[in-house]
Design a protein around this ligand. Sequence first.
Ligand code: 3HC
Length: 285
Amino acid sequence: MDINTVGVVGCGLMGSGIAQIASQAGCNVVVREVDEAACEKGRGKIDKFLGKAVEKGKMSEDDKNAVLGRMTFTTDLADFSSCDLVVEAIIENLDAKRELFGALDGICPDHTIFATNTSSLAVGDMASATKRPQNFVGLHFFNPVPLMKLVEVVRTLETSDEVFDASCAFGEKVGKVVVRAKDSPGFVVNLLLVPYLLDAIRALEAGVATKEDIDAGMKLGCGHPMGPLQLLDFVGLDTTLYIADIMFHEFKEFRYSAPPMLRRLVASGRNGMKAGRGFYDYSKK
Ligand code: 3HC
């Protein structure tokens, strides 16, 4: 099962990174966004990231142009009709994802593998919206996709061995280390990361230390690239709350329950870096 043509639905933070690394790996990539303006914005993100790589001397201008040249942007799902793999990176909403995969099922050939980049929803709940649950996997990438070295490849009860192996091979082809996981809430990384992030908020709420000291403690004491509160701002407080609520709903365990401070910050729009404010203030940057 060779994967040469890849469709990516959604060109936001995650979709743009996935499209970029697939093209960098030599695949032809079709990217779908809702309208022309969103296509232009998504293309701009990739152009900017590759531009930085050229500036840093990590890529030649010719290679950058070749990567962009292998990508086409569209607003029409029908353009996915020749894809070997379609990766979905739209909003974390099960109904929206089921509707999308239902539509793709009628457009893509039988061999096409469907993958979701969901971080918290059940992959099987999306696969059941199609007539090809054996061709369905999770491909969970990490932000920033081009820099983070991991992809979790997730199999449901129905995923065939052949499709799972081809999906793992694709993960390696795009330069990632593959971790294999079953379709369990949070897979491997968020299962462990989310309670850690929530505990950091609980420590702040309890007055154990300042946010700066909690972050410095984990950065310097454990060698993490970012402290937990910085990482929360980076991932997005709204995103983290959403994932925590899904995991709490699944497990009914305290460690997945969102601390009041997280809810208050999200309610007031302090969603982290993207909002200019979360635990820290980014408005001047
Ligand atoms: N092209 C190529 N390389 C680039 C680049 C570009 N455009 N931009 C940066 N780089 C390279 C740099 O050259 C550098 O490489 P080097 O180590 O060889 O010199 C490396 O990437 C790091 O870049 P910077 O020095 O500019 O930035 P930082 O050192 O501050 O690292 C970071 C930034 C990679 C974001 C780092 O802080 C980090 O790893 N943070 C943690 C991120 C994380 O945990 N993400 C996962 C979140 S959880 C998730 O996504 C799951 C979801 O479900 C919630």
